[in-house]
Ligand binder design. Structure first.
Ligand SMILES: C=CC1=C(C)c2cc3[nH]c(cc4nc(cc5[nH]c(cc1n2)c(C)c5CCC(=O)O)C(CCC(=O)O)=C4C)c(C)c3C=C
Ligand SMILES: [Fe+2]
Ligand SMILES: [Fe+2]
Length: 372
């Protein structure tokens, strides 16, 4: 048996020369939250039932929650949410899925241009394509190492940990588990902050500056902060670094939290009441940017760009801008690529040295009598 720098591929067996692998054995799974398959009440109901049955998302006793979920929420919310989804749906489908798919493709291109032989796929924590289905597919393709990259820059048990749960849950059913690595957070990554700053500056280059920049993050119940969830602190750190990059004074920006669901207290200040207060206080122009969302989705396109706009203008505001998420902006793809590259360190993904070692092994195998 030849000593090979590659395990388990390529193999030198039965007197045949090893062949150059055509596929990569390392993969990245870029995981986002998920979205319904279509903007109809039955599809939204399926999606919400899966999402809101996750104990990471709803941290109250199951018996009580099941009564609320099945007795109230799943009877009323699918219809309301489906109408909202319909207002942002595109010919190709849900914006969240489209942006996530495009980001995965661009990430693969970015890494490929730098000599990394890595397969990049995307998955959705709720809905399709699911995390287990994508991991099954990667394994069937011969992938032996997977880097899990959540689409969430700030760590929260309600989002990031839930993605990891889905991966661990899949692994429990697998005999030969691939090597797994996880990116927990990148809320203060210089490339990510630079991409955010670039996105805001580009908007201001064309539209001028606002009186106030509102940085709106997805909310979570306040209780999670007291239980030790780092999400709140990481949102504030992202906002501080972004404000520094944009050279903003404290009076020129404000951090808020959106998307509250239910009656419990969530992280404050809430986005919509803040927009109403700013409108009433005579602030003329507000720009809202959502640094925690790496893709535009229902929460940015409908809740901010439509509902938030209406709330601010009705309260007396004169001009409202929603600044698009980083989506497919090249500086963001480069940041994501660099984050992935750092976490891939030590895994053999470079084509150059791989190819050299393969060629050397092939030559030795042939010298030892193996057929080409
Ligand atoms: C009920 C609790 C919820 C928690 C906690 C929560 C945390 C959380 N969510 C995101 C990112 C997204 N959420 C999105 C939609 C959405 N979120 C909730 C509820 C909670 N989220 C619901 C019920 C919905 C569905 C829409 C609705 O019916 O209102 C989305 C958009 C999905 C899309 O299809 O476009 C994103 C993205 C994060 C990052 C997070 C914790 C930090
Ligand atoms: Fe959410
Ligand atoms: Fe919302």
């Amino acid at each position: 048996m030849l000593d090979s720098p590659f395990r388990p591929e390529p193999t030198f067996q039965h007197g045949k020369a090893p062949t150059t692998p055509t596929r990569s054995t390392t993969a990245i799974l870029f995981c986002n939250l998920g979205t319904p398959d279509d903007p109809t009440p039955p599809a939204v109901r399926r999606y919400l039932a899966e999402f809101l049955s996750d104990h990471r998302v709803i941290e109250i006793p199951k018996v009580i929650w099941n009564l609320i979920l099945h007795g109230i929420i799943l009877r009323t919310r699918p219809k309301q949410s489906a109408a909202k989804y319909a207002s942002i749906w595109t010919k190709e489908g849900s914006p969240l899925r489209l942006w996530t798919a495009k980001q995965a493709l661009l990430l693969q291109g970015w890494l490929g241009e730098r000599g990394h032989r890595v397969t990049v796929r995307y998955a959705m924590r709720y809905g399709n394509p699911s995390i287990p289905a994508q991991l099954d597919a990667l394994k069937a393709e011969g992938v032996t190492r997977v880097l899990i990259v959540p689409a969430y820059p700030q760590y929260s048990a309600t989002s990031t940990a839930s993605v990891f749960d889905a991966v661990y849950g899949w692994a429990q059913q697998i005999r030969s588990i691939p090597e797994l690595r996880f990116v927990n957070r990148y809320h203060d990554d210089p490339g990510y902050i630079a991409a955010l700053a670039h996105q805001v500056r580009e908007h201001w280059k064309h539209h001028g500056r606002p009186d106030k920049l509102v940085l709106s993050f997805h909310g979570v119940p306040e209780r999670t902060l007291h239980l030790g969830d780092p999400y709140h602190c990481e949102c504030h750190k992202t906002a501080r670094l972004l404000a520094e990059a944009l050279d903003l004074k404290p009076s020129e920006f404000q951090v808020t939290f959106q998307s509250r669901l239910g009656r419990a207290k969530w992280l404050e200040p809430y986005t919509e009441p803040t927009l109403i207060a700013l409108g009433k206080a005579g602030v003329k122009r507000v720009d809202v940017f959502c640094p925690g969302f790496t893709s535009d989705c229902l929460e940015t396109l409908e809740e901010i760009a439509m509902e938030g706009r209406a709330a601010f203008l009705t309260a007396g505001g004169k001009e409202f801008h929603h600044i698009a998420c980083v989506n497919d902006q090249p500086t963001w793809i480069a940041a994501l690529g660099a984050i992935a590259q750092n976490h891939l360190a030590g895994w053999p993904t470079q084509q150059g040295p791989d190819q050299v070692a393969l060629d050397a092994m092939r030559a030795r195998a042939v010298a030892l009598g193996a057929k080409e």
